[in-house]
Design a protein around this ligand. Structure first.
Ligand code: NI
Length: 183
């Protein structure tokens, strides 16, 4: 098991649509790493591409708000229906440190997904869990919370977004340098 680096806004990996999972052989190791990385970063949800894995997987643990709730793993998920009624809720994001935005989303959704045993499920979700699911599915589609607000809202975080972009660019530059030395 290992803790993986959380990738921040500005890295193009987070703008790509993640590939569906076909091979489940190594899935438990990947999921264990994701949980470890999420807990290390004090997150309650994590999408695979946030730790550089191009697979349609996300995990959620909201047991801090509801002790009866267990950890959740969603593979190859798809929202198949949602309620017309929407609500605003403030969301933060591990890939956007220092930014929190009021996001409008449907209150209830019906999600189709697989678990690591390959079994398909179809369930209704609402509350914080339903909210977190919609946030993580956005990640797997290359969408951030900053894309879900008006230009006026986004502009408030212009400086933060610029510095995150620069930081991600610098990190990627370093990786290329290392590769150069290995030649
Ligand atoms: Ni996020």
């Amino acid at each position: 098991m290992s803790v993986l680096d959380i990738i921040h806004y500005g890295n193009p990996v987070l703008r790509k649509v993640c590939k569906p999972v076909n091979k489940f052989d190594n899935i438990n190791n990947i999921i264990n790493d994701m949980f470890e990385s999420m807990y290390e970063a004090d997150g309650i949800g994590l999408a695979a591409n946030q730790v550089g894995i191009d697979m349609h997987i996300f995990i959620i643990d909201i047991s801090h708000t509801d002790e009866t709730d267990d950890t959740h793993i969603f593979i190859n998920s798809k929202i198949i229906a949602f309620e017309n009624e929407k609500e605003i809720f403030q969301e933060g994001c591990l890939s956007l440190p220092g930014i929190a935005l009021d996001i409008l989303r449907p209150k209830k959704i019906i999600l189709k997904y697989q678990t690591p045993d390959k079994i398909w499920h179809e369930n209704k979700f609402e509350g914080l869990l339903g909210r977190a699911i919609q946030h993580e599915i956005d990640h797997l589609n290359g969408v951030f919370i900053v894309d879900r607000v008006t230009e006026l809202e986004r502009i408030k975080y212009k400086a933060e977004l610029k510095s995150l972009e620069k930081e991600s660019k610098d990190k990627m530059g370093k990786v290329t340098e290392k590769k150069g030395f290995l030649l």
